[in-house]
Design a protein around this ligand. Sequence first.
Ligand code: GLN
Length: 473
Amino acid sequence: MINLKNLTISETHNHLTKGDFSAVELAQAYLSAIKETDGDIKAYLEIFPDVVEQAEEADKKIARKEEGLLTGIPLAIKDNILIKGRKCSAASKMLADYVAPYDSTVAKRLKDAGAVFLGRTNMDEFAMGGSTENSAFGPTRNPSDLSRVPGGSSGGSAAAVASDETLASLGSDTGGSVRQPASFCGVVGLKPSYGSVSRNGLIAMGSSLDQIGPITKTVADAEIIFNAIKGKDPMDGTSVETAGAISANRKNFKIGIPSDLMDTEGIDETALKNFNESAERFKSMGYGVECVNMPNVKYSLAVYYIIMPAEVSSNLARFDGLRYGLHISGKNLAEDYFLTRGGGFGIEARRRIMLGTYVLSSGYYDAYYNKANQVRSLIKNDYDEAFKKVDFVMTPTAPSPAWKIGEKIKNPMEMYLADIFTTPANITGIPAISLPSGFKKDGDKSLPLGIQLMSDHGREDLLFKAGKDFLNE
Ligand code: GLN
């Protein structure tokens, strides 16, 4: 019996190369774990039928000594990342039967590395939401408490890692969708710098905000996956090569706390206490902790909820019933559009398409979209100034632990407020990592909490260093 609980990618790699177990045995262990627990958790939309065959290929690679760190490593992939020949639905009725005609760049890189794709994970429809309840195929449940949400939109990817239904997974993060579910499920989630990971083959939500990132049990695992998927890609014109590297004798790292943002009401008391204790823990490890003045960051949420729907409304215009997925015929072309888009998109997708169309419409464009872009620059400025003084900006990942299924779904505004700490990194394009930092007790349940560290563009290396220090890796 392989004990999946404590496996990390590098340990698993050692076991595989030493022959303690094969990639096939490992894949089978994960398939049994999924069989046992996923009926309750529902992290997956589909388990791929050829998992064992993929693992056999990995074993051959290992036998030929052509393996890398990810050869034979089981991964779960969010259902908005294209893998050639497999369904990719973005958890929407619109794309329920859509089959990817090509590999996303990240999938291609992971395949070349010999990773084994276990299946595709549940998410909020088109990545819009923070609870996975907006999936057209039913919610995922939080492994720590089945009555609670796993966060979102990459809730399936986070729940799968937390319940040992995979060793690691990929999510996408437009406003927090990797980090917030990671914090709700007690695992690590990295949103890379904008452009450091190719978006080719990611179903677009907000193109100036989207990034694919790993969800893992350790910071070291997140680093391994990031290194495998990052880098310039001719298929994504916004992709860049980033290569931050801390000089070997660098000490005295400084963490800034944006007091303006922390003053906002509505942070759960235990989460706040945990955040302060986490800051103390960094201090005790020799990190400097100070307050930084970032007066515009508190507008991030407002800016995000204008720019994101604007981009959503234009990105989702391509789902017209003619080119991709669902088609419902009406009496004429206009009716085809109405029926297909009305029938294919869920309520949250429709809400955002309408909001986005509104803020982009002539007469409102300057008042909303342009204004939001101006404030976006001010927020970026705040970070540029902060990073002259400190290496990191730290906040809680989310203002509370996971909430109950059904608790916020009827009140979208309340759900949006949960993105207050995560949206700034997308607006500014900087990298951010969520680290598990403790628990809030709730009866016999322990609800995971997380802290977030942000660093300057391209400085994932700093996040990995501080993350490993914090988690004692
Ligand atoms: N919760 C945020 C939203 O609903 C973030 C989504 C995301 O990052 N994909 O937009």
